[in-house]
Design a binder for this molecule. Structure first.
Ligand SMILES: Nc1ncnc2c1ncn2[C@@H]1O[C@H](COP(=O)(O)OP(=O)(O)OP(=O)(O)O)[C@@H](O)[C@H]1O
Ligand SMILES: [Mg+2]
Length: 212
């Protein structure tokens, strides 16, 4: 479970949001919506420890992750978190297999996980290809396979289907839905009504108030 308490974020004198409160039960799939610039990506980045909020708390299983030091933060990212971005966030000059290895270093069952994941995203036999030779939809499927291999407890997805055709978008959503049904908490920042419809709940962030 994620509990966001009285969270605020300012860039310089500009307050993006203040007193944001949100509870995401374990296994829920939540859509975060709101106009462009409302701070959806920033909220995901705060939960993913890529940015720090200005004040407030983010509790994961009752522990305030905003107070994590470097080591605890690294452990949280390694053991709990999975990311999915519009821009895939793959190592483009490496192979599909190498990108999946990144998710599973030091896991004994990695071979079977790896083959299962590639099969589930329709990339069986493509492991040796360089990622930058793949299409956008295929690259997002590699990112998805990386999540399937890693099996995180919390997935943060920022506009994960924005650059995809409807077939690839459906595969992304089906996979995230499956992970959520298996107990993984999934938070998706999105403008897509298709995604809203497949989530369990929606959290809307209003437009930022200028000058406050
Ligand atoms: N590091 C930063 N420094 C200054 N301003 C920033 C920084 N990061 C984000 N912002 C500002 O915060 C606001 C919210 O950005 P954010 O990317 O979170 O919005 P968003 O809701 O995800 O928008 P979109 O729907 O377009 O993706 C924007 O006005 C952006 O310029
Ligand atoms: Mg965004």
């Amino acid at each position: 479970m994620i509990t966001v308490k009285s969270l605020s974020k300012s860039f310089g004198r500009r307050t993006l949001w203040s007193d944001l409160n949100l509870t995401v039960p374990g296994g829920q799939m939540l859509a975060v919506t709101g106009p462009s610039g409302a701070g959806k990506s920033t909220l995901l980045n705060c939960v993913g420890l890529l940015e720090s909020p200005t004040s407030g708390q983010i509790l994961y299983e009752d522990v305030d992750i905003t107070r994590f030091g470097r080591r605890a933060g690294r452990r949280f990212r390694r053991d709990v978190l999975g990311y999915l971005f519009q821009s895939y966030a793959l190592v483009e000059n490496a192979t599909v297999a190498d990108n999946l290895e990144i998710a599973v270093t030091a896991r004994r069952d990695r071979r079977s996980r790896y083959h299962d994941a590639l099969e589930r995203v329709g990339l069986t036999g493509r492991g040796k290809e360089k990622v930058h030779h793949l299409s956008g939809g295929e690259q997002q499927r590699v990112a998805l396979a990386r999540l399937l291999v890693k099996r995180p407890s919390l997935v943060l997805a920022d506009e994960p289907t924005a650059a995809l055709d409807s077939d690839n978008a459906a595969m992304v959503l089906d996979t995230l839905r499956g992970m959520s049904d298996a107990g993984c908490t999934v938070i998706i920042a999105t403008h897509s009504y298709y995604i809203h419809g497949r989530c369990d709940a929606t959290f809307e962030i209003g437009a930022p108030r200028h000058g406050t």
